[in-house]
Design a protein around this ligand. Structure first.
Ligand code: ATP
Length: 446
């Protein structure tokens, strides 16, 4: 049986991954439980609490215990969810073995799998209505459970679908791991005790197989949340052995439990490619877009840096790109852009603005036009009037064209990213791109 769960936490407490960890440990008595999945869904969803995470796991239920397992899940979700908070609307989806066989059996196999795959991918990149989840749940005869508005069934079905696709084809989606350590209950809401030096040590011993544990440039630890939730810290990375190695090196307060998750974090799964976008953009979606810089960058109130872009695939589309203040030194890259630079931007779109996560500088505009110099006196000529060339009043010399000067740009072409302190869970760190795709000309921020 596959179990998907979402929307159990609030800004004031709880964490859906913790609830999942409790369940995984609790349910071991009823059959083998898989490594749970943690999926990050569309980061632009307005109702998210933090990182729009949802979870799922599979349990090989001992025969005759299916209903008991469902009851345990319902009881723990009901007990631990922050239902007193208005924005918490828990949802659970069960894909039991009969439903699973139906999904995988007969001629409709491919179609059903396709629907679920599509549901997960839409949940990561698009905005879904709850009716869409109910339609699939009812047609594929999945069992479900929810509290209040039950909006969590969207994320629950998406997380269960992700697991189902991975089960059939483990490498179908790019994936990473996170090892999360949870605090003892009596410490929830108090400040976290983590020995800083040990974290720097752990990072040094395991980077770049682990990443986003620290932010070197900003001298900050980024492995621990700042909310009153049960998470002590999480170590993210590409290999399980490296995660445990880092974990063993970190000295911190005693934990209640640890749980390893397979995740879609650090994969850029939320980004709609330039081919898919076809030059049109909509709010609450995230994109990879090619364009040409059409204004000089400005620093606005709050320290955010903004620059205008015309999209290559649709010259009618003019958007703004924003490097927000928390992106720190990434803003220096944006500040050095010039009109005419050819770039690719990565990020979420809202109110005609892309919130920059990465930028690739393809072709820097190194040409500057200046009034020509007089051959005789060497001084810059003046304009002789609109479209009438340039002249030197004193020497009576004339030139029809401006002079092209090559300017020395302070930046290099290549891919840049926001630093770990400002990175979204789902964004792929450039260090992963270097390793996976062997792309050069990458400037990882660390
Ligand atoms: P976490 O704190 O665990 O990182 P989150 O708490 O930020 O995640 P939730 O509290 O789970 O987010 O709230 C997100 C809500 O939005 C859930 O009810 C989920 O079902 C719903 N949701 C997720 N993705 C989509 C989507 N693409 N379209 C519509 N609703 C979505």
């Amino acid at each position: 049986m596959i179990v998907g769960i979402d929307d159990t936490d609030s800004k004031k407490g709880m964490c859906t991954t913790y609830l999942c960890a409790v369940l995984v440990d609790e349910l071991k008595g009823y059959g083998d439980v898989s490594t749970p999945r943690l999926v990050r869904l569309n980061p632009c969803i307005p109702f998210k609490t933090r990182g729009n995470g949802a979870v799922s796991f599979e349990i090989n239920v001992t025969q005759g215990k299916e209903e008991t397992v469902k009851e345990v899940v319902k009881a723990i979700v009901s007990e631990l969810s922050e239902v007193q908070e208005e924005e918490t609307n828990p949802g659970v989806v069960f894909i039991d073995d009969i439903a699973l066989r139906a999904v995988k059996g007969g001629g409709s196999d491919e179609m059903n799998m396709h629907r679920l795959k599509n549901f997960y991918e839409t949940a990561v990149r698009d905005v879904l209505e709850i009716e869409h989840a109910y339609e699939i749940i009812s047609e594929l005869q999945f069992d479900h459970f929810g509290l209040k508005k039950k909006r969590g069934v969207i994320g629950a079905l998406a997380a269960a679908s992700f697991l189902l696709v991975q089960k059939r084809e483990p490498a179908y989606y790019d994936f990473t791991y996170e090892l999360i350590a949870y605090r003892r209950k009596e410490r929830w809401g108090t400040s976290r005790v983590i020995e800083e030096a040990s974290v720097w040590n752990a990072d040094e011993a395991t980077y770049p197989v682990t990443w986003d544990t620290v932010d070197l440039a900003n001298k900050k630890l980024v492995l621990a949340p700042h909310s009153p939730c049960p998470v002590l810290f999480g170590i993210r990375g590409d290999r399980v052995d490296a995660l445990y190695k880092a974990y063993q090196l970190i000295r911190a307060e005693p934990t209640e439990r640890e749980m390893l998750f397979v995740t879609n974090q650090g994969t850029d799964s939320h980004l709609i490619t330039r081919e898919e976008a076809k030059g049109t953009v909509h709010d609450h979606h995230s994109y990879i877009l090619d364009g040409v810089v059409e204004s000089n960058p400005r620093t606005i109130e709050g320290g955010h840096v903004v620059v205008a872009l015309s999209l290559s695939q649709n010259a009618e589309e003019h958007i703004e790109c924003m490097a927000y203040e928390p992106t720190k030194s990434f803003r220096d890259i944006i500040r050095q852009l010039r009109i005419g630079d050819e770039v690719t931007v990565y990020g979420s779109f809202k109110n005609r603005t892309i919130n920059l996560e990465k930028i690739e500088l393809w072709k820097l505009n190194v040409e500057a036009l200046r009034n020509p110099k007089c051959d005789k006196c060497g001084k810059r000529m003046e304009s002789a009037g609109r479209s009438q060339g340039y002249r030197c009043k004193r020497c009576k010399t004339y030139c029809s064209e401006k002079e092209v000067q090559i300017v020395n740009r302070g930046i290099k072409e290549g891919l840049y990213e926001v630093p770990p302190v400002a990175r979204r869970h789902i964004s792929k760190p450039l260090i992963r791109m270097c390793k996976q795709e062997g792309i050069g000309n990458i400037h990882p921020s660390r």
